[in-house]
Write a new protein. Structure first.
Length: 117
């Protein structure tokens, strides 16, 4: 499926706004964070500080893509998918690695990342 253009997206957001729709996410923020905490599922599972820490982790993970020596293109591919927030299962499926192998790659690189900061 083709990605909609900015013009198409703006058209539909304007149409929804006129109909009274209020988006739960900040549309123009980098990570499209929720505007408010209106769901007990989120309240029970984390605080805004915890979500902020997670966002910071993924930003560091993304930054590593241009500075870290991954050794192989496949390890870099695994890390790039991890930095996008994909699960170990999704990464394993995309790379044709086992879930265990993907997990070990991520843990190895993550340890280096935490030692660098």
């Amino acid at each position: 499926m083709k990605k909609p253009s900015k013009r198409e997206i703006d058209y539909w957001y304007n149409k929804l706004a006129k109909a009274g729709f209020e988006d739960a996410e900040e549309r123009h923020s980098p990570r499209e964070m929720l505007k408010t905490w209106h769901n007990t599922w989120f309240q029970a599972r984390g605080t805004p500080d915890q979500f902020g820490a997670q966002a910071q982790y993924y930003q560091l993970a993304t930054d590593m893509l241009s500075t870290y020596d991954f050794g192989t293109a496949r390890r870099k591919q695994v890390w790039a998918l991890h930095a996008e927030g994909q699960t170990v299962r999704e990464i394993a499926k995309a790379t044709k690695y086992s879930k265990t192998h993907v997990h070990h790659i991520i843990q190895s690189i993550k340890a280096d990342m935490l030692n660098l900061t």
